[in-house]
Design a protein around this ligand. Structure first.
Ligand code: FAD
Length: 499
């Protein structure tokens, strides 16, 4: 194994080798930079944060194409992934499934929201079995020429005129690394946040939530427990399943290796681990039945406070990746797209030798706050499913509009997450009106200029298929023609007919 001398110089030090850190390392190598990737643990290892989305897959595809990283392209869709990388476990994600629950009552058809993300399996999204996927990303980073050191204990970081000096130890040996630039990819409350003593600041109006999660075997499929009486837009369980109840929600993500990831994010005390999990399941008959034969494959992990926001995002010679700058909640899988947008922006900053950090810090913070605003409102709405559904359409409208704009090669229409910097999509105006009796109508009007997916069409009774006709009809909202949109749908394997 390669070893660093006791002191070394690099253009870029990346601390943390989750997929975010490794991806940035690959890109920086393609840009001709010398890179070292420092990891405290050792791959393969468990990591949480598993479910991708159409936008996150597209962002990964854009980065892999732009920076010539062909080995990452298969990971952007279920079909190519199964063909090219069957050794990397993953799950099939055809959409977002929501079941609403009240204590003691089974969930029924009216308690469901199903939003398809893809029309068929081949181009579907995935859940990443992170032990496999992150190990693959690291090995690709090494192939690209990044130096990689695991089992590193970071001791200190000191900013100086020419860069940052990092002191660390590895297996008892001291290590000094000088870098022109440092990226912290160690996640919330991570390395630079602690080492530089950065303040943790609150997220306005966001509830205090805890997390509790594990991996399981033996989790039943909802569609087998209670077969749907009408054909759903996609198999209900081949999705990110969200069980919503007052004060929190449970996620269920199935992988193709017999393992299912599941956990809860809630405003209650979850510190008792397995006991708290059991107590929660016992309140909701449908969830209890789904987990009746389930067994955890590892001890539960408890996060006493899930959300996090660093008061500072970047300095002159360093930056936190969005995943280190903050985290809101697993709801709606916002972590991957935020991380990938951050990687894309930091790649350009690295290319320009550090120029643009102020703008990076501003947009990273603004996107985090926009995400917190929406998810905070969704928490408030959890007891009231129609309000929850209406609010969630803000996310689905922004995400599907952004994806389609980018696929049409019009990224300027969607330069920030949740269209945060688009003056016509200022969600706070709507989020202040969650008590309005006409909220769904107001949201329907609000999202209309961005609605490319037939959202809030009452005829669909909250079951939304991936329908090419919705997108073709919405072409003009994207400044495009039906033929342009049909071209995009054909290129991404959607199979649409132009009429
Ligand atoms: C409970 C939960 C569920 C989530 N679910 C989803 C989801 O379904 N979809 C989604 O999009 N997002 C989700 N997220 C967010 C998601 O986890 C992150 O966006 C994603 O993991 C970011 O990847 P990353 O590579 O930047 O960082 P991470 O995955 O956090 O990786 C950080 C790496 O840094 C290493 N490290 C940490 N500290 C140090 C140190 N001091 N020195 C050296 N190395 C260090 C760690 O060992 C790890 O390898 C979830 C988050 C949580 C908490």
């Amino acid at each position: 194994m390669w070893c660093l001398p006791m002191s070394a110089d690099f253009d870029l030090v990346i601390v943390g080798s989750g997929f975010g850190g490794s991806l940035l390392a690959m890109i920086a190598r393609r840009l001709g930079k010398s890179v070292v990737l420092l990891e405290r643990g050792r791959h393969p290892r468990f990591a949480i944060g598993e479910s991708s989305t159409p936008l996150s897959n597209l962002l990964l595809e854009e980065l892999a194409t732009r920076y010539d990283l062909p080995s990452l392209l298969p990971l952007c869709k279920w079909g190519p992934w199964q063909k090219a990388c069957p050794q990397l476990a993953c799950g099939l994600k055809r959409g977002f499934t929501f079941y609403h629950h009240r204590p003691g009552r089974p969930s029924e058809r009216d308690d469901q929201l199903l939003v398809a993300a893809s029309p068929h399996d081949a181009i579907a999204d995935t859940h990443w079995y992170r032990a496999d996927v992150d190990q693959y990303f690291v090995s690709e980073a090494r192939k690209a020429g990044a130096e990689y050191l695991d089992e590193v204990r970071m001791e200190s970081a000191r900013e100086h005129e020419g860069g940052v000096r990092i002191e660390a130890t590895r297996r008892g040996q001291p290590l000094t690394i000088d870098a022109r630039f440092v990226v912290d990819a160690t996640g919330p409350r991570g390395f630079l946040h602690r080492t530089f003593g950065l303040p943790e600041v609150s997220l306005p109006d966001f509830p205090r939530t805890q997390g509790l999660y594990s991996h399981f075997t033996g989790v039943a499929r909802l569609d087998e427990m209670s077969p749907p009486t009408e054909p759903p837009p996609y198999p209900i369980d081949d999705a990110a399943v969200h069980h919503i109840f007052e004060g929190g929600w449970i996620w269920v993500l199935r992988f193709n290796n017999g393992i299912t990831s599941a956990g809860v994010a809630a405003q209650s005390d979850l510190s008792e681990g397995a006991l708290a999990w059991r107590r929660l399941l016992d309140r909701f008959p449908t969830i209890r039945e789904q987990f009746a034969d389930a067994r955890p494959t590892m001890p539960f992990l408890h996060a006493p406070q899930l959300s996090f926001r660093s008061g500072v995002v970047a300095g002159r010679r360093w930056a936190l990746l969005p995943s280190a700058a903050g985290f809101i909640d697993p709801l709606l899988s916002t972590g991957f797209p935020l991380t990938l947008l951050g990687v894309a922006r930091l790649a350009e900053i690295v290319e320009r030798d550090g120029e643009g950090l102020d703008a990076y810090a501003r947009i990273t913070e603004a996107e985090l706050l926009a995400t917190a605003g929406l998810i905070g409102a969704l928490y408030t709405a959890m007891p009231n499913f129609p309000v929850f559904v209406a609010l969630s359409m803000l996310y689905f409208a922004a995400a599907s509009f952004s994806e389609t704009a980018r696929r049409l090669a019009r990224p300027e229409l969607a330069t920030s997450f949740l269209l945060q910097n688009n003056p016509a999509f200022q969600m706070q105006t709507i989020l202040q009106r969650t008590n309005s009796p006409t909220l769904a109508d107001e949201i329907r009007r609000f999202i209309e200029p961005f609605n490319v997916a037939g959202l809030l069409d009452p005829r669909r009774r909250n079951w939304y298929p991936a329908d090419a006709e919705d997108m073709l009809r919405a072409a003009s909202k994207l400044g495009a023609t039906r033929v342009d949109v049909a071209g995009v749908l054909a290129r991404c394997g959607f199979q649409a007919a132009v009429q």
